[in-house]
Design a protein around this ligand. Structure first.
Ligand SMILES: Nc1ncnc2c1ncn2[C@@H]1O[C@H](COP(=O)(O)OP(=O)(O)OP(=O)(O)O)[C@@H](O)[C@H]1O
Ligand SMILES: [Mg+2]
Length: 378
């Protein structure tokens, strides 16, 4: 797929901007802070209705405005669709496809699929487990849009269950009895929805593994296919392949009941899981976090994104690949290696402060980004 046209209104630093795009490679060049990332962020926002940079919509709306609009025409297997999202922080967002309103904005998720690699992605390997869970869940939702609902249901269940645990932990007598019986309902909810999320993550990690090894070999100099690996560490025992995840979660909840009541938080479920990233060989395998060098960590983060790209591509339509500010970090050899690797992508959007950093093969179409305007540089 590719974006053929992007229109922004009051999105980030842009009052109004209108850019015609083409398949193949496009480079956005401009000094720091001119709005390059803001452009690609808008396309990424359409794919999941959330930004890779912030957790809420408010910063996406231009300072002083109360609404932003992102509109893109997307070409997929020869057919064009016009997607539009209106961001209304504090109120409900609205989405339209081909000018028809959708009952729920969430229905737009998955129609555009993007994979973004940006320097912030170093947090994928160096950051908290929550950063890695988010990466998995974002990828899950792009592959299976229905899971966006499962994910938000799970978050809601967790919040309600945590507040109930706090109440039940301090309650006495009949109010405690009432809280404990309500807790059982929330245990069931957590186990049911949690099992769905957990099962999807476990399957995703298995699907991603072969692509990760290949991608790391391609981006890290001198690496081989088995160097990079990942392993899902669940907070419950998911040992046997036919393990009923729901039962496993319920059993684990029963075991930790007292501790949960004492601490007033849910200690079991996919929100406590870790995605372990490792580098090494048969003799020595070490976690990336805390052990890998800066260069290795960076290559690993890039490999995770490229593996995601390859996995989505294997599912069907090519996603849109965004390489935000990536080339400045690489030496000449690795620049051309990466350029070769992504050369076959249907659409690659590259941003850079300095044009010379971007390999010639990725400068198919070049735009200059300055003073709130995006102009084609032919
Ligand atoms: N909601 C907003 N309203 C107005 N301006 C904003 C908003 N959000 C971000 N900006 C401005 O947008 C600019 C950052 O744009 P962006 O991140 O796209 O820069 P960039 O061209 O990618 O720079 P770099 O090369 O440093 O990555 C900043 O100057 C910031 O103040
Ligand atoms: Mg930027």
């Amino acid at each position: 797929m590719h974006v053929a046209h992007l229109t922004l209104h009051n999105f980030r630093s842009y009052a109004d901007v209108d850019v015609a795009l083409e398949p193949g490679a496009t480079a956005f060049i401009g000094r720091n802070g001119q709005g390059k990332t803001n452009l690609v962020e808008a396309i990424d926002y359409l794919s999941r209705l959330s930004s890779h940079r912030v957790a809420t919509d408010a910063p996406l709306v231009r300072a002083g405005a109360d609404q932003a609009v992102v509109r893109a025409s997307v070409v997929k297997e020869g057919r064009t669709a016009l997607l539009e999202v209106e961001l209304n922080p504090g109120r409900a967002n609205r989405a339209r496809i081909n000018r028809s309103p959708l009952p729920r904005p969430r229905e737009i998720i998955g129609l555009v699929r993007t994979v973004v690699f940006a320097p912030d992605d170093l947090t994928l390997v160096k950051g908290d487990p929550s950063d890695r869970r988010k990466m998995l869940d974002d990828l899950l939702v792009l592959r299976t849009p229905r899971l966006a609902g499962v994910r938000s249901d799970y978050d809601r269940i967790l919040r309600q269950r945590n507040s109930l645990l706090k109440t039940a932990g301090v309650a006495r007598g009949t109010s405690r009895d009432a809280a404990m019986s309500t807790l059982e309902i929330w245990d069931d909810n957590l186990a049911r929805v949690g099992a769905e999320l957990l099962g999807a993550r476990l399957a995703l990690v298995e699907d991603l593994r072969p692509y990760l090894g290949k991608a790391y070999e391609a981006v890290a100099r001198g690496a081989s296919r088995d160097d990079a690996d990942l392993e899902y560490r669940a907070s419950v025992d998911v040992g046997s392949p036919d393990q009923d995840l729901r039962t496993a979660l319920l059993d684990a909840l029963a075991v930790r009941r007292k501790e949960e009541l004492d601490r007033g938080i849910s200690l079991v479920g996919p929100h406590r899981d870790e995605l372990l990233l490792t580098l090494g060989n048969a003799e020595l395998r070490l976690p990336v976090k805390g052990y890998a060098s800066h260069g290795e960590s960076w290559s690993f983060a890039l490999a995770l994104r490229l593996a995601s790209y390859d996995l989505l591509r294997a599912d069907g339509d090519d996603p849109i690949l965004v390489l935000d500010d990536v080339f400045a970090e690489l030496d000449a050899e690795r620049r051309s290696q990466l350029a070769q690797l992504v050369a076959g992508a249907e659409q690659v959007l590259v941003t850079a402060a300095v044009a010379a950093d971007v390999p010639a093969s990725l400068q198919g179409v070049r735009f200059l980004v300055a003073d709130g305007a995006v102009t084609r540089d032919d």
